[in-house]
Write a protein that binds this ligand. Structure first.
Ligand code: GLU
Length: 304
């Protein structure tokens, strides 16, 4: 098959794939995706009350939670273009948290929020909390609160399989690299590798489209995200080198709602203890080839 046809096929898959269908070599057989019947169910704590949390009280009043997420990150946060349902490891974390806060699966509405808009979405009350490959760092802690972390990723590079010269960030000088606006990987390349030609879009899937059509030479973000894209089109793309940062994923909450933040820390610890976390990982992110890690230490930092 010609390169153009293969690339077009992979592009089509990435653009149109519902998780259930998936795409593989030549458009079939399907690549493994999360199967709804293999996802854990979480016990809904119907008696739960959190009167000290303004976010919880508002959600309770409206009758459902509004959770910010990503919709185009394979195995982490994906929206089915046909049915509109969300799936992935981040989505499972969001559902576990919801169950502990007293909201069943039918009382959680997901809303896609891009990397650059997370802080404003939390500050404006557009969402109650956010679960979407959201790195905890000191700068962001000034704007929002973080429960967790619930996973530790690291920055990596995704290139086409025909690329042999890029093996790490030091090889990016004079090459074009794409990342999402407002993301930590974007900021790290801008600060530490100024000779790279950095371009940004709202999402990593647009970067991947640009990679497949030879508009950029590499895509950079967390290894967990890149492995998912590579797993969906292994003939076209590969993840290279070693992770060159630490990206602990937290659950973003409105700053100052420490009652909610601590409740989510407690919930996370409980779901790690009872095996939900591990089962959820295996049924989602584990399918991209990532081994099941131990969850990172929860950083229950004092109210600030
Ligand atoms: N974890 C990084 C961040 O929070 C990259 C992934 C993303 O943009 O969501 O900026």
């Amino acid at each position: 098959m010609s390169r153009t046809r293969r690339v077009l096929g992979a592009l089509l898959c990435l653009l149109t794939t519902a998780l259930a269908a998936g795409c593989g070599k030549d458009g079939s057989p399907p690549v493994k995706g999360p199967k709804t019947d293999q996802l854990p169910r979480y016990r809904v704590d119907t008696g739960f009350r959190l009167p000290d949390s303004p976010t919880w009280r508002t959600a309770r009043g409206r009758g459902h939670l509004v959770v910010g997420a990503k919709e185009d990150q394979p195995y982490l946060g994906e929206k089915d273009p046909a049915g509109g349902g969300y799936s992935g490891f981040d989505i499972e974390i969001a559902r576990m948290m919801a169950a502990s806060l007293g909201f069943g699966p039918g009382s959680v509405r997901f809303r896609t929020i891009a990397s650059a808009n997370r802080e404003t979405a939390l500050q404006n009350g557009q969402i109650d909390y956010y679960v979407g490959t959201y790195t905890v760092n000191a700068l962001r802690k000034k704007l929002v609160g973080f429960a967790g972390p619930y996973y530790l990723a690291g920055q990596g590079l995704l290139v086409r399989t025909d690329e042999n010269d890029i093996k790490g960030p030091q090889d990016l000088a004079g090459r074009t690299v794409c990342s999402a606006a407002g993301s930590t990987p974007y900021q790290r390349i801008a600060a530490d590798y100024p000779k790279a030609r950095l371009v940004s879009y709202d999402t990593y899937s647009i970067c991947v489209d640009n990679l497949l059509t030879y508009q950029v030479d590499a895509v950079t973000t967390d290894d967990a995200i890149l492995l998912g894209f590579a797993a969906k089109a292994p003939d076209e793309m590969k993840v290279v080198g070693k992770p060159f940062s630490q990206e602990p994923y937290g659950i973003g909450v409105p700053r100052g709602d420490d009652a909610l933040r601590f409740a989510l820390d407690d919930a996370l610890a409980a779901h790690e203890r009872n095996g939900d976390w591990r089962r959820a990982f295996k049924a989602t992110l584990g399918l991209s080839g990532a081994p099941v890690p131990r969850p990172p230490h929860i950083d229950r930092y004092p109210a600030n």
